[in-house]
Design a protein around this ligand. Structure first.
Ligand SMILES: [Zn+2]
Length: 269
């Protein structure tokens, strides 16, 4: 599943390729994504110039004078920029064509992605989002303050997008391992010092993943424009029964909030 680093990589790849370009045509090939793609955008966005593109959580926000296009990659989505002469491939559901004969295509086999439009840049999907993990606002005190009196486990807590956005399952497992916190610990009982380690770990892991994704940016405009999903090495995620890199103990798997958690029972206690 595309997580925050992949979305950030997509943003960085897309930005120079679409900013300041003018839309010549919008094609919706499959309107039934997670939510119905609004049909009016084929006319609304025509002849509009892309002012810029931003990211909020895992949403990409493409800014036009007439409004903002909100895109989400869902479970299996990817965006690429190709020449308009390039044939469509299976699961290409949406495209925006530009005046320089390129087009931006959304490919999404599982169709959990979304393409939405908002006139004023506001949207209910954006209104409850917590802080950005790579921003200065995200520090130990932020987590410490809102976790007090909470009995919810620390892993589920940091994956709550109202607390902080974009910490997916992989990054939650990896950052808890890096900061030696047991994922079952109640978030309200985690100390200042541990939260300091945790926020630093989260920032470091996400930044590394973004850097790793960055190496694939050169290929962005090519046919296989898929950013480097999961290209970094993982310490615990998906390694049940394998050896811990620190203590040689075995990596365990448990289920929390219907998601697999991988951790080292020796290092993380
Ligand atoms: Zn260990």
């Amino acid at each position: 599943m595309p997580e925050l680093p992949e979305v950030e990589t997509t943003l960085r790849g897309l930005s120079p390729l679409i900013t300041n370009k003018t839309v010549t045509r919008v094609n919706i090939y499959q309107k039934n994504l997670r939510w119905k793609v609004p049909g009016h955008i084929t006319s609304t966005l025509n002849n509009c110039k892309v002012n810029g593109i931003e990211r909020r959580g895992k949403y990409l926000l493409i800014r036009f004078d007439v409004g903002t296009l909100l895109m989400h990659l869902g479970m299996s989505g990817s965006i690429k920029v190709v020449n308009q002469s390039e044939l469509l491939i299976k699961h290409d559901h949406f495209e925006i064509c530009f005046d320089d004969k390129t087009c931006m295509r959304l490919n999404d086999p599982r169709r959990f992605g979304s393409v939405l439009f908002t006139k004023d840049g506001k949207h209910k999907l954006l209104s409850n989002l917590g802080v950005e993990p790579l921003s200065e606002e995200f520090d130990y005190y932020h987590l410490f303050k809102i976790s007090r009196n909470k009995t919810q486990n620390i892993k589920t807590f940091i994956m709550d997008s109202k607390v902080v956005v974009g910490i997916g399952n992989i990054y939650a497992c990896e950052s808890l391992y890096m900061s030696k916190i047991n994922p079952k610990t109640q978030s309200g009982k985690v100390s200042h010092a541990r939260y300091k380690l945790l926020t630093t770990s989260i920032k470091e892991i996400l930044s590394k993943a973004i850097d790793a994704g960055g190496t694939t940016l050169q290929d962005f405009a090519q046919v296989d424009g898929r950013p480097g999903y999961f290209s970094q090495t993982l310490s615990v995620y998906g390694r049940e029964g394998e050896k811990c890199n620190t203590c040689n103990g075995k990596i365990s798997r448990i289920v929390q909030n219907q998601r697999s958690t991988f951790y080292c029972t020796k290092c993380q206690n």
